[in-house]
Design a protein around this ligand. Structure first.
Ligand SMILES: [Zn+2]
Length: 151
C-alpha cells in the first residue's frame, strides 16, 4: 500500500515514511518550507523546525493472539453442537459471575453435573401459574416447566 503524497514545498510526489506526519518529500524541502515561512529567523535551520510530537506508528495489521472460534469448536466436540454451545454459555457465566476468580473444584463439579442433565434453569422467565420453574431443554430447544427438585 504505497500512498503517494504531494510535497508542500516543491509539489512533487513522494511516498511518506510515516503517514500523517510527513508533509514534504525530503528534509531539505521541509527545512526550506519552514525557513521561508519564518524569514525573520536567521538561526540554523534545525532550531526553526517545529517539533513533531505525535509519533504515528506504522499501521500494521494485528492478528488476535487466540482464536475464540477454535475454543468453541473444542467445547462443541464434547457432545453435540447444541449442547456444546450451551455448555460454553454456562461456563462463561459461571466463571465470570464470581469476579473472575479461578475455577474451584466445586465449580468444575457443578459444570460436570450440568453436563449430565438435559434441563437448565432459566432465571429470566417467571414461574408458570402452577408455580413450576422454567427450564431450557437442550435436546429440543424448548422451554419446559417443572417443580423445583430441591425445595
Ligand atoms: Zn519537495
Amino acid at each position: 500500500m504505497k500512498n503517494t503524497e504531494i510535497c508542500q514545498h516543491c509539489g512533487g510526489d513522494y511516498i511518506p515514511k510515516r503517514r500523517g506526519t510527513q508533509k514534504f518529500c525530503s528534509n531539505s524541502c521541509r527545512s526550506r518550507y519552514w525557513y521561508e515561512k519564518q524569514p525573520q529567523n536567521k538561526v540554523s535551520k534545525k532550531n526553526n523546525l517545529p517539533q513533531i510530537s505525535e509519533e504515528n506508528l506504522p499501521t500494521t495489521e494485528v492478528k488476535p493472539a487466540s482464536n475464540p472460534q477454535e475454543e468453541k469448536m473444542n467445547f462443541a466436540g464434547v457432545g453435540n453442537a447444541a449442547a456444546g454451545a450451551a455448555i460454553v454459555e454456562i461456563g462463561k457465566k459461571m466463571f465470570t459471575s464470581t469476579q473472575n476468580r479461578p475455577a474451584t473444584k466445586k465449580d468444575i463439579q457443578e459444570l460436570k453435573d450440568l453436563l449430565t442433565t438435559r434441563y437448565f434453569p432459566i432465571h429470566n422467565l417467571p414461574y408458570d401459574q402452577l408455580g413450576k420453574a422454567p427450564y431450557f431443554d437442550i435436546e429440543t430447544g424448548h422451554v419446559e416447566y417443572f417443580h423445583m427438585n430441591n425445595e
